[in-house]
Write a protein that binds this ligand. Structure first.
Ligand code: GLN
Length: 192
């Protein structure tokens, strides 16, 4: 298995380190050639408008969209969740999401009250709570039938997935806890 981490902008290095801790080598993905090398991909936190624009500038949008339509496993954290969503609220007009998962997300939704916070998250399938770090985090306002919800904060969905996609409002790579990354690695690859 070759894991990739989209490395155009944002918090990609900590993801690569988390995979190293698990014993998995992760390739930084900056070009269509890099994308060809990987069979699953993380889209990190950062700034979703910038990541969206940089996908275009680096000729990655079309090949990535194709891989997603072929069901390559993808994992989006915070800004990455926004990039992988179907519909973005409070986004920029030219910010086109990749529609890997049937969710509507609102950007900076917690940030109106508070910029960042930590929460001991009860996650479906995990025995112990996950220490989740939220930074100007989006929330998932609605999900389609294909989506399974794994965790909420104050009733708001912050972790969910479908058969090839996992998305979190928070930054699991910033916690000293590999379990969410391990869930991503356990998604069965069907595209290759
Ligand atoms: N607010 C950022 C955005 O809209 C996401 C923040 C983050 O990834 N920590 O893209």
């Amino acid at each position: 298995m070759q894991v990739g981490v989209l490395a155009l902008q944002g918090a990609f290095e900590r993801h690569i380190k988390t995979f190293q801790k698990i014993g998995v080598n992760a390739l930084p993905v900056k070009s269509p050639d890099d994308l060809e090398q990987v069979d699953r991909l993380v889209i990190p936190g950062g700034e979703s408008t910038a990541i969206s624009m940089l996908l275009n500038l680096n000729s990655l949008r079309a090949p990535l969209q194709k891989r997603i339509s072929e069901k390559m496993p993808v994992f989006g954290t915070c800004a990455g969740m926004i990039v992988l969503s179907k519909t973005v609220l409070d986004g920029r007009e030219d910010q086109i999401p990749l529609n890997a998962i049937d969710i509507t997300v609102r950007r900076n939704a917690f940030g109106r009250q508070i910029d960042s916070f930590e929460s001991e998250l009860e996650v479906k399938g995990l025995n112990e709570p996950f220490p989740a770090v939220f930074i100007r985090a989006p929330i998932v306002e609605s999900v389609g039938n294909s989506v399974e919800v794994y965790a909420r904060v104050n009733g708001q969905i912050v972790l969910c997935g479908n058969d090839s996609t996992l998305v979190t409002s928070f930054h699991p790579e910033l916690s000293d806890d590999n379990r969410i990354h391990e869930i991503f690695l356990s998604i069965e690859s069907k595209d290759r």
